[in-house]
Design a protein around this ligand. Structure first.
Ligand code: DGL
Length: 264
């Protein structure tokens, strides 16, 4: 049985993997973290593109049936090139700006997109916002420290709450109806964000839509396993020679799946 590969710079893609394990319980998964180069979001585009193409070549040495680029930054920079290079189904991530705008336009509220600096600089993001944000209600906020926090498994509530409060200081959050998590690392902090922002604000990310699209593509290519036992454990891989990181990935999945990273 061929596996579905998930790729991210580090731990972020685990939030998408978890969604896939729920929606596709009969499949088997491989998870690849580019630990040699994490974080991507604060590095120059051309370097990051090379890292992604190298990582993809590494992943493709395994006999996989589909690839999920479980990283918004990598999707915006290299998804087109990956699709040219490889014939298997490839699914990417995109900040959920469109549903957020549709939800908030009639309410007269604004949308705040949180993502890496690189994602927010890319033309793919600007084209998306120009296409859907006709009333100019979308604002964008890069959070460069958040991926390093997550990679260090920093889930101390006081440290993170202080960090987020400082980032949100320039905004009147009462004007906003939705936070879009446009980086796959950020859902690790969803529970805490929900405690910090006004209660009417919804917090959305793209993982459910991405996994739904994966399912459609697998089905269209007759690659979907919808019976039998799938979950024989995730095959964990990383680009750096860091055996301990495998344990860290497993721990991050357990923590995220527990839904109890922060107290209610
Ligand atoms: N998790 C990634 C994303 O969705 C990238 C984080 C990083 O390496 O900066 O954008």
């Amino acid at each position: 049985m061929k596996r579905i590969a998930f790729f991210d710079s580090g731990l972020g893609g685990i939030t998408v993997l978890k969604e896939a394990m729920t929606q596709l319980p009969h499949e088997q998964f491989l998870y690849y973290a580019d630990t040699k180069h994490v974080p991507y979001g604060s590095k120059p585009k051309e370097d990051v593109k090379r890292f992604i193409l190298d990582a993809a070549a590494d992943i493709m040495r395994h006999d996989i049936k589909a690839l999920v680029v479980a990283c918004n930054t990598a999707t915006s920079i290299a998804i087109a090139e990956l699709r040219v290079r490889y014939a298997i189904p490839i699914v990417g991530m995109e900040p959920a700006v469109k549903p957020a705008v549709e939800m908030n336009r009639p309410l007269g509220r604004r949308v705040l997109v949180l993502a890496t600096a690189l994602t927010l600089r890319e033309s793919k993001y600007h084209e998306l916002v120009n296409r859907v944000d006709d009333l100019s209600i979308v604002d964008s906020l890069p959070l460069p420290e958040l991926v390093p926090y997550c990679e260090a498994l920093q889930f101390d509530e006081a440290v993170l709450a202080d960090y987020f409060r400082r980032q949100f200081e320039p905004y009147d959050l009462n004007e906003y109806g939705t936070l879009v998590l446009g980086c796959t690392h950020y859902p690790f902090y969803r529970q805490l964000l929900a405690k910090l922002v006004p209660p009417h604000i919804s917090i959305i990310d793209g993982s459910r839509g991405t996994v739904r699209r994966l399912r459609e593509l697998l089905s269209a290519h007759s690659l979907l396993n919808d019976t039998g036992s799938g979950d024989a454990g995730v095959q964990w891989m990383c680009s750096g020679r860091d055996g301990e990181y495998i344990r860290k990935m497993q721990q991050a999945l357990e923590l995220y799946a527990s839904g109890r990273l922060f107290e209610e």
